[in-house]
Design a protein. Sequence first.
Length: 261
Amino acid sequence: MSTQESALRCLVVVPTHNEATNIEEILARLHKHVPEADVLVVDDASTDATRTLARAALRPNDRIVERETKSGLGNAYLHAFRIGLAEDYDLLVQIDADMSHDPVALPTMLAVAQHGVAVVIGSRYIPGGSVVGWPRRRLWLSRWANRYTAVALGLAINDATAGYRVYRADALRSLNLAGIQASGYGFQIEMSYRAVRSGMSVVEIPITFRDRVAGESKMSRRIVVEAFQLVTWWGINDVVTLRRRRRAYRTLDQATQPDSQ
């Protein structure tokens, strides 16, 4: 690794809401596997001991943002991204607090991003990736969602819903974060969609995803429906836009043809 690459500053974002049973372990693992990275915990209205435990486990360069309303996963990440960009971090990481994303994979993901890849996704659905502990119905729903997303939006990404990611700061700056619509499950899809449409490089790295063993899942039917509706709308909009462009090109071509008479 070159001196320039090793000098890249990394901020790991950990969103939380009532994760007292997991926060100490995820922070300990991050400190072990990526000791050079700073950690930013964004806590949304936890009513358990999450904040107290996080404060005690954070190192001097780490911090916690305590928000008094539960504003959604996407909103938490966007809030953290703005902080990271304002403070000139080079790499920004998304990772769940529930231990489903193992920090042992993060050094590999960071190394790929350090070599110029705009978005690195920890993927469950490429060779070498896997899911442990999910019931069959949940796994089927996740796979179906990713296949539907790939077809509807024309994305060559196997795990567009994955929440374990590394973004280069310059990529985030060019994505118009203020225009992000999704707040829940669809946030990951929208970020993937915008990155691909912007011509950014996206690489998937295989990971083992493990279902949480402590705490409660934040997934809900409303979040899933929101994502489905947004993906369908984006897909329809892409088709309409493409047809308009084709009509415009045909009109322009006819207008530029020499008069045969």
